[in-house]
Ligand binder design. Sequence first.
Ligand SMILES: [Cu+2]
Length: 142
Amino acid sequence: MAHKYYTQLILGISCLQILGMLPSEISAQSRNLPSLSSEAGSEQHVVVDMESYQYTPSEIVLEAGQTVRITLQNQSFLVPHNFLLDDPTGARIVELDVSSGEMQDVQFKPLGPGIYPFYCDKQLLFFPSHREQGMEGRFLVR
Ligand SMILES: [Cu+2]
């Protein structure tokens, strides 16, 4: 009787060991997958809507030294917008026109931390520019 219990106890322990090993193997495999995909897609991707007269989102946090791909979608009807991006020193990095209803991708790599402002300087006749009407935003690079 005592011998039988002892055998069950041993079996129980080895079962626990097998169970204990399996999750660690699974987690090791799943740890590999994200690292591979993040290696392949180490770029950052942001989708920004352009409307009259705002960018959504207008404040975006980015990592320095990593390429970012920005997808700009002009949601306005018949209103062209653009995307002018400056680095923290005020130097222009990106200048891109996006016609009404269009979508365009642009990439850049923020080299250092700081505030990278972007805005739309389109203007109709004597009306205030889109930027003056609130169409601006910024990347907070850290
Ligand atoms: Cu605009």
